[in-house]
Design a protein around this ligand. Structure first.
Ligand SMILES: CC(C)(COP(=O)(O)OP(=O)(O)OC[C@H]1O[C@@H](n2cnc3c(N)ncnc32)[C@H](O)[C@@H]1OP(=O)(O)O)[C@@H](O)C(=O)NCCC(=O)NCCS
Length: 170
């Protein structure tokens, strides 16, 4: 299994992957398409897992902001992630997340946020974001599902504020 950057020829399969992983609903598949066309898209952070010339997983990391008064910090949000239902629980999601975090760090980003399953992401080092000084106003979610990953030690101490998802998410 190979983790690589998504290519233009993958778009249809990525749509289908997200559609099937999220219970045959189009919301997340369409979210990927909307982010791809936005200024928040970073091509190297749209990753696919490929096996026997078929895509079995996809994850998208894209730009967002943490706003603290007049200060705006560019950060990364992870959304969505999808693994083909028949291939789940083989570590594919984990490999996609770890490769994405590595690439975000190499690009100099400091923080990655997500809203997700509270028992899954802590395995990769994500922590509750509100306890680290971050707020989220756009979505009403419990403390345990709003998470942050510090790519640079102490980044969560230097940066504070409200996470703002870009318009693609609405
Ligand atoms: C979530 C998802 C991407 C994980 O991918 P994966 O390749 O199955 O994950 P991995 O093999 O790396 O990890 C499997 C572990 O995650 C756990 N896990 C999978 N889905 C989970 C969920 N919805 N909630 C909590 N834990 C979950 C498994 O129980 C397993 O735990 P274990 O290692 O202790 O046995 C995949 O299940 C998926 O596509 N789900 C549907 C879409 C979705 O919910 N996306 C995430 C939205 S936040």
């Amino acid at each position: 299994m190979e983790i690589r950057t998504e290519r233009a020829g993958d778009h249809e399969q990525v749509f289908q992957l997200n559609f099937s992983a999220f219970g045959n609903r189009e919301d997340e598949a369409r979210l990927v398409e909307t982010i791809r066309l936005s200024g928040q898209f970073i091509p190297e952070l749209s990753l696919v897992a490929e096996e026997h010339q078929r895509l079995v997983g996809h994850v998208l990391f894209s730009k967002a902001e943490v706003v603290d008064g007049d200060r705006h910090h560019e950060v990364i949000v992870l959304a969505p992630i999808a693994v083909k239902p028949s291939e789940q629980k083989r570590g594919i999601g984990g490999r996609l997340i770890q490769e994405g975090l590595k690439r975000c760090a190499a690009m100099g980003y400091e923080l990655v946020f997500l809203i997700g399953h509270p028992t899954y992401y802590p395995k990769f080092g994500f922590k509750p974001a509100r306890a680290h000084g971050f707020e989220l106003k756009q979505f009403q979610v419990s403390d345990d599902v709003f998470m942050v990953y510090e790519l640079k030690e102490g980044a969560g101490g230097r940066i504070r504020g409200v996470l703002m998802y870009p318009p693609s998410f609405f």
